[in-house]
Design a protein around this ligand. Structure first.
Ligand code: AMP
Length: 542
């Protein structure tokens, strides 16, 4: 027997429609790549997203066509997200930080028909345009006054396109399983692979993102997603903000701590989200200027592990709660988040801080388990670590164009490639990427734990740990450090510092000082490049 409720396809245009009708005056503030600031509200976003859908139709985009964006977080980017996906096309968010060869590969692989780009990326695209096989139209996201002189054939001006439309448009209804957006993984090995989200997966993900134990976004929230809209759905914040009618602050190309902080105070940001690197810079800025965080109450940290010292400083010094989250492009991305549950809320503060350093509890809709190499599920004892598997309605089934074949095992589990354990309270901890874990004498050393402990040293700006061949132990850890400006640090001093923070046999066998560490396009330390840099390194003879 079937239920007798309305069959209402879960489409992302519903979020915008809801915001337009119920929160029309909630503000959206956007920093522009061409300079200056733009302010409007959900009524304005709704009007212009409809005009964007009309303009895309006029340019020849139809259902299922890929409309690529290469843009910072901005109101125009929001209009395309809703405009392109809302009309039934697929919004492909291209990460501009990728290497030109990867950009060519991704745009050709996605078969993007229209490429809509910020003025900042025009020179980059001009260099590769001759290799882009499917792009028929380039649209530059500026007004007429800022339209650059460009070699991009027939380049169109976004504001002119929008102005020519009436906005008299109704969002079409279609199957909720229709593709909505496309995002490529940063591809630490091999070619990047596409993750194709559906309207349904994005819709369900948003409902859970909104809940109090997840992002906790409400109509009174002012949210600033510093995490870019071209990386893993900006953690779902653009949809969640519209779904809640929250004030939305978009930082455009601005990432320096001083200006971010000024915007945060001026706009009264209450929730913000980004990778740890951004917050390292922000904390340094706060320390140097003696300022506070204004109305900020929650900072979401994810993408890489949030170091204990960072969580402690935000909470104890600035009164800002840290919500440590885990996810990946393949998981839309929210998988787990570290809000407190009943079991831990009365534990001593330092124990709770240890738990906050973990990557949190699975959100509703995501199932998780940890398995050993033979596929046996490991106990939830906080110690047994193995491969982290996940499944749920916003977890990938297969990559775009079936690259790499089936992405799931027989029980529908997706292998995340992360090594982790789950504790008795239900909190999951990432101990490493499967390929970064250091195998020493048959035991595993977590490079992440060592790195997190090392960055707590006052002379260390950034740290990475890689396994180096060792004739007796197979691999031993090498600690690679970028010191703070003007500071130095020695191997002996570092091991002394780490002594009470990790097991003694984990202590790095050597320390190398570098001026900078290689990063991937999504801001993570690139262990692959670091291993290549140190491929001829061998430990000093004892
Ligand atoms: P991406 O698809 O680029 O977002 O990368 C996903 C990967 O980032 C995950 O598989 C993890 O290895 C890593 N990651 C994400 N969040 C965290 C976190 N909070 N702590 C440690 N690693 C994380």
């Amino acid at each position: 027997m079937l239920g007798q409720m309305q069959d209402w396809p879960l489409l992302v245009s519903r979020f915008l429609e809801h915001a337009n009708v119920n929160h029309p005056n909630s503000e959206i503030v956007s920093q522009l790549p061409e300079g200056g600031e733009f302010r409007y509200n959900y009524r304005g976003l709704s009007e212009r997203a409809k005009k964007c859908a009309q303009a895309l139709t006029r340019l020849g985009a139809g259902s299922g066509d890929r409309v690529a964006t290469m843009a910072w977080n901005s109101h125009r980017h929001m209009e395309i997200w809703f405009g392109a996906s809302g009309m039934g096309a697929v919004t492909h968010t291209v990460n501009p930080r990728l290497f030109p060869e990867q950009l060519v590969y991704i745009i050709n692989h996605a078969e993007d028909k229209i490429l809509m780009l910020d003025i900042s990326f025009v020179p980059l695209i001009e260099k590769i345009a001759s290799q882009l096989k499917t792009v028929e139209k380039y649209v530059i996201l500026v007004g007429k006054d800022h339209m650059p002189d460009t070699s991009l054939e027939g380049a169109l001006c976004y504001e002119e396109l929008i102005e020519a439309e009436s906005g008299d448009y109704s969002w079409p209804s279609f199957d909720e399983n229709t593709a909505c957006s496309l995002c490529y993984t940063s591809g630490t090995t091999g070619n990047p692979k596409g993750v194709l989200y559906s309207h349904r997966s994005n819709f369900l993900h948003t409902l859970v993102a909104l809940s109090g134990d997840t992002l906790g976004v409400g109509a009174r929230t002012t949210i600033m997603p510093v995490v870019p809209m071209f990386h893993a759905n900006a953690w779902g914040i653009p949809y969640a903000a519209a779904g809640a009618g929250a004030k939305l602050v978009l930082n455009g190309p601005i990432h320096d701590p001083e200006t971010l902080h000024t915007i945060m105070l001026k706009e009264g940001v209450t929730i913000t989200a980004a990778v740890p690197t951004i917050w390292l810079g922000m904390l340094k800025h706060l320390e140097a200027t003696g300022q506070d965080c204004g109305k900020l109450s929650v900072v979401m940290i994810g993408g890489s592990a949030a170091p204990r010292s960072m969580i402690e400083t935000f909470q104890n010094k600035y009164g800002v709660r840290v919500n440590h989250a885990w996810g990946m492009t393949e998981t839309s991305p929210l998988g787990s988040l570290g809000t407190e549950n009943q079991a831990i809320c009365d534990l001593p503060e330092d124990v709770k801080l240890d738990i906050q350093c973990k990557q949190g509890r699975p959100v509703l809709g995501v199932e998780m388990c940890v398995q050993d190499e033979d596929g046996n599920e490991l106990p939830r004892d906080g110690k047994s670590s193995g491969r982290l598997l996940v499944r749920g309605p916003w977890i990938i089934k297969s990559y775009f164009k079936n690259e790499g074949g089936e992405a799931l095992d027989d029980d529908n589990w997706f292998d995340t490639g992360d090594v982790s354990c789950i504790d008795e309270y239900g909190y999951m901890q990432i101990t490493d990427r499967a390929k970064d874990v250091i195998k020493s004498g048959g035991e595993w050393i977590s490079s992440i734990d060592l790195e997190n402990a090392a960055v707590g040293h006052p002379s260390v700006a950034e740290a990475a740990v890689i396994g180096i061949f060792h004739p007796k132990w197979d691999e031993r850890p090498l600690l690679v450090v970028v010191p703070e400006k003007g500071a130095t640090v020695s191997h002996a001093e570092m091991n002394e510092f780490l002594m009470d923070k990790v097991a003694k046999w984990w202590l790095p066998d050597d320390l190398a000082i570098v001026t900078e560490l290689p990063h991937t396009a999504t801001g993570k330390i690139s262990k692959k490049d670091l291993r290549a840099e140190f491929k001829d390194y061998s430990f000093p003879k004892a």
